[in-house]
Ligand binder design. Structure first.
Ligand SMILES: NCc1[nH]cc(CCC(=O)O)c1CC(=O)O
Length: 309
């Protein structure tokens, strides 16, 4: 038994965030032979969880998920913070390092409320607040109506039941981590591209905290880290934010990546899509793919990306 935790792990309080924190604790304990009490879970209420009724982009974007945990890390109230990497801004403070990326789960999105996108009735209402899902949907089905929907898995399923929308999307990884398997229809990620870093859990710590970095390195999954870093390099080159409709699928072939990325106009009418093959550690090649997309896109699409400024 330990009387003092070895590491204090900060997490948001949503059921998905808690599941990810518990998975992180389990992996840490397994890797180091620790008892559960060696990892203290410290819960933080993030701004993004306090405000549920407005689209994320209107209220400050991805920083809403990281700000409180960043402050607690900086103040030394926690030693590490667990995040869905999909929700972590591309540019992070120098004081914060990604200490571990856990093995990536299923990158697919799941469709709830219909058997397929083509099976949705004409003019059906689809609930999503993600620019990527909205643009990708309207690209395939311009007749559909996109309505904003937010909230955790349970809330969204309730909103669907209440008729706020005919269908909605959820990340397969989120459903899996909540034990909600067998819900909805899995969309093939080759056809319906995921978000950058979807299905990846990352654990951040202070850049100068060698002890935390040492503990976390034992649970770092190299292949998943390489994918996440490449997708974040692509985002960085695009200047992508939560306003930017961008989708990407990275496939591994040995030590090589085949990365397919697409950017869209907000209404989905324009899609620019490219595939590039490069060494898994070649972040410059991932950035080059981002620049190539911007070069091929019309001005009203590049205007959705910060790098165009
Ligand atoms: N945007 C919220 C969010 N952030 C991470 C996940 C799911 C887990 C993941 O993709 O890692 C979700 C829910 C969703 O998109 O359905």
């Amino acid at each position: 038994m330990t009387d003092k935790p070895f590491i204090r792990l900060g997490t948001r309080r949503s059921p998905l965030a808690m599941a990810q924190a518990v998975e992180t604790r389990r992996r840490l304990c397994e890797a180091h032979g620790w008892h559960e009490e060696a990892v203290e879970l410290v819960t933080v209420i993030a701004s993004g969880d306090k405000i549920q009724d407005r689209p994320l982009a209107d209220i400050g974007g991805k920083a809403l998920w990281t700000r409180e945990l960043d402050i607690w890390l900086a103040e030394g109230r926690i030693d590490a913070a667990v995040h869905s990497m999909k929700d972590v801004e591309t540019l992070r403070p120098r004081e914060i390092a990604i200490g571990a990326i856990l093995p990536r789960a299923d990158k697919a999105d799941v469709l709830l409320g219909a058997l397929s996108i083509s099976a949705l009735p004409r003019g059906a209402k689809v609930g999503t607040s993600a620019p990527r899902r909205a643009a990708q949907l309207l690209h395939a089905r311009p007749d559909l109506e996109v309505v904003g929907i937010r909230g955790n898995v349970a809330t969204r399923m309730a909103k669907l039941g209440a008729g706020e929308a005919d269908a909605t999307f959820l990340a397969a990884a989120g459903l899996e981590r909540l034990g909600e398997t067998g819900v909805g229809i899995r969309l093939d990620p080759e056809e319906w591209l995921p978000a950058p870093a979807q299905a990846a859990i990352g654990i951040e710590c202070r850049s100068d905290d060698e002890q935390a970095q040492g503990y976390l390195s034992a649970i770092d999954h190299r292949d998943s880290r390489e994918e996440v870093m490449a997708e974040r390099a692509l985002l960085e080159a695009l200047g992508g934010t939560c306003h930017s409709p961008i989708a990407v699928l990275t496939r591994r072939e040995g030590s090589e990546f085949s990365m397919t990325a697409a950017i869209y106009s907000a209404d989905g009418a324009v899609r620019v899509r490219e595939t590039s093959n490069f060494a898994a550690t070649d972040l410059d090649a991932a950035r080059a793919l981002g620049r190539k997309l911007l070069e091929s896109a019309p001005a009203h699409v590049t205007a959705l990306f910060g790098a165009a400024a």
